[in-house]
Design a protein. Structure first.
Length: 218
């Protein structure tokens, strides 16, 4: 079994939500505020919101769509914002541009609705991450599998979803380690394709374990 050039250090993290200076009270205002919002705030309200809405059976998976529906009662725009698949983006700039484009197109067609004040303002936030290394690492796929089985939801979320901002959205910690430390590019690609919309954290972890098992058995 291949030994990694660098061990995979398992970690967990806690997230402190920090309210930023920007807020929006209208849909038109959201369009303008998105331009000034930090990359961390855009990430928080799209990628990281997946964790907060993970077990909802109704509503949408990003904060912008949720706000448009709940505070403006504009399901058409909410559905368009919710249709954005964050897996398609390799930069926050591209994601920001598409969010603004959707809102701009809607505002041009629905001028009055775009200027109406929301029931509640949208406050831009970001997450401050506090990371703690766990007392185990992995140097082989077998050791990695054992470590994944021990992980908490917080640890899995840290390595699989929150890590994407640190890695410029291209991948996650698991795929990065497979590719760079073990040379397993195909396993890295398959892991990166695990659906973060249809899976829960538990089922995503199980899918990862199954991918690793198949690689070990080959």
């Amino acid at each position: 079994m291949t030994t990694a050039t660098q061990p995979f250090q398992f970690a967990t993290a806690a997230y402190l939500t920090c309210v930023e200076n920007q807020k929006a009270e209208t849909i038109a205002g959201l369009f303008h505020t998105l331009e000034q919002a930090s990359d961390a705030a855009i990430f928080y309200h799209t990628f990281q919101s997946l964790g907060r809405y993970h077990f909802l059976t109704e509503g949408f998976s990003n904060d912008f769509a949720q706000w448009v529906l709940a505070s403006h009662n504009q399901p058409l725009l909410a559905e368009r914002l919710a249709s954005i698949d964050v897996r398609d983006y390799v930069s926050i700039a591209e994601l920001r541009a598409d969010l603004r484009r959707i809102i701009s197109e809607y505002s041009e067609q629905h001028v009055q609705q775009a200027r109406q004040c929301a029931f509640e303002p949208f406050y831009f936030c970001r997450a401050i991450e506090v990371t703690v290394p766990l007392p185990w690492d992995a140097r082989t796929l077998a050791g990695f599998r054992a470590g994944v089985e021990r992980m908490s939801h917080a640890s899995f979320y840290h390595h699989f979803i929150a890590s994407r901002l640190r890695l410029q959205l291209h991948t996650n910690d698991f795929s990065h380690w497979f590719a760079t430390a073990l040379g397993l590019e195909e396993l890295a690609n398959r892991t990166n394709r695990i659906d973060i919309y249809t899976n829960t954290l538990d089922t995503a972890r199980q899918e990862l374990i199954e991918l690793v098992d198949r690689e070990i058995d080959t």
